[in-house]
Design a protein around this ligand. Sequence first.
Ligand code: ADP
Ligand code: MG
Length: 319
Amino acid sequence: ATPTALMVGVGRGGQLGILIKGPDALEASGVIDTVVLDKTGTLTTGRMALERTVLAADGPVADAAELLALAAAVERHSEHPIARAITEAAHAAEVAEGETAHAAGLAGPEGRVDLAGAITEAGALPGQGVRARLERDGVVSEILIGTPALMAAEGTVLPADIAKALEAATADGRTGVVLALDGRVAGAFVVSDRIKESAAGAVARLKAMGLRTVLLTGDHEVAARAVGESVGVDEVIAEVLPTDKAATIERLQAEGRRVAMVGDGINDAAALATANLGLAVVTGTDVAMKSADIILVRKSLDVVPDSIALSRRTLRTIR
Ligand code: ADP
Ligand code: MG
């Protein structure tokens, strides 16, 4: 390989919004045959919005406003896009409630604000949710918020109304998370994300280039399949914990595949580092930047096929 051609390739990448860390990365991307794409933040915008709050009919929480306030008090401790959707919605609801109370000459939702202080411990369960300790009026309870799979693992049974609401939500690609208080389901939240406009086109181009495309996510199987179908990937691998994403890449490599992983670095830094080629989309964290070989700074996902095409062209020039 002539270093000059590689350096030209790296330079050309820069003009296309593709930051290639070195000649090795360029060479690696010329030989890959499989592209694994993370869902949240990569194929989707990762800017989630709360669509529905579902209160369990016979649950431990009396009203939907309190349910949302409880969830927000917990999610303040998480940086997940779902956490942001819930805290933003709760804040908007509090403001609205405060205004209504003010107009009626009443006090605002101070009781709700106190909930934040009532959360005395909170810990993220990566790819699953958050577990927290609630201390209210001297009574300590455990709050768990996260995937239906997490609830099942904890032995928490979903009541029929909540299970039904979640089923409806995931069927069209939305994500549902459950809130349980001391092992009793209080309700659920349905959040939606938007598939990037460029996603289906970019996947089609990758396939036309002869590459196998795989969607890899920690999200629910049904929701993941809905997204996978709408963007046209060849395969969907869902309900994979962050710690198992790298192992999934290794399994594909063991099957003889040379894998590029595209992620935003939230929960997929190890997978980016394990892949033959790691591509980080620009919204990614510092961790992702370090684990990636190529940084994609253009918003459109077209930058993925662009970078692989560029590498192939560069390698052809050399050989
Ligand atoms: P992805 O692989 O799509 O990036 P993650 O691995 O980040 O997804 O998360 C997988 C699932 O775990 C989410 O779809 C959600 O159901 C659950 N989850 C993760 N973090 C949280 C949180 N802070 N609150 C509620 N649910 C969460
Ligand atoms: Mg992600």
